[in-house]
Design a protein around this ligand. Structure first.
Ligand code: AMP
Length: 174
């Protein structure tokens, strides 16, 4: 199985996207390689440890790609946290700031039952605003968040500090 170093070699740095000063981590080369994509899902699924996860929650939009695959590996359901206005049913919403702008995320009010064991997944931890808002949404639903896992962490942005959770995992840290 490929290692985290193989994933690192495939991830493409794109300067000044989508705004000047942002070094965008392009994960599409990982997705486009069947073996690397599988490895990224396996490594993220391992972060659940021995816990029996009920739902893997993915964050709009690249988080969906990883969370859905991890949910299949763990035999869990998948729940999307989406940008405002995309979910059709009754939602809870949370405003947040991100590395390049402001936004609101939503979750379906009936997506997670109280006490369900959750693995929260996104592609990348930057300032942590998106994940922190997602954690707040899940806590409002009385979910049991087992771990919060990212393929990539940009450590210099200290997003970890914004997430009030004891189990934060990153496969690759820059
Ligand atoms: P944040 O809320 O600041 O932690 O931002 C995390 C979200 O924004 C993730 O869902 C990423 O997909 C995206 N993102 C932020 N910064 C970057 C970056 N430098 N490269 C790629 N994606 C990014």
């Amino acid at each position: 199985m490929p290692t985290a170093a193989d994933l690192d070699a495939a991830i493409r740095d794109v300067p000044d996207f989508p705004k000047p000063g942002i070094l965008f981590k392009d994960i599409t080369p990982v997705l486009g390689d069947a073996t690397l994509f599988k490895a990224s899902l396996d490594l993220l699924a391992e972060t659940a440890g021995e816990h029996q996860i009920d739902k893997v929650v993915g964050i709009d939009a690249r988080g969906f790609i990883f969370a859905a695959g991890v949910a299949q590996l763990l035999g869990a359901g998948f729940v999307p946290v989406r940008k405002k206005g995309k979910l059709p049913w009754t939602t809870h919403e949370m405003a947040y700031t991100l590395e390049y702008g402001e936004s609101i995320v939503e979750i379906h009010a009936d997506a997670v039952k109280p006490g369900e064991k959750i693995l929260l997944v996104d592609d990348l931890l930057a300032t942590g605003g998106t994940a922190a808002a997602s954690i707040k949404l899940l806590k409002a639903l009385d979910a049991d968040i087992v771990a919060v896992s990212f393929l990539i962490e940009l450590a210099s942005l200290k997003g970890r500090d914004a997430l009030v959770h004891p189990h934060i995992n990153a496969i690759l840290t820059y």
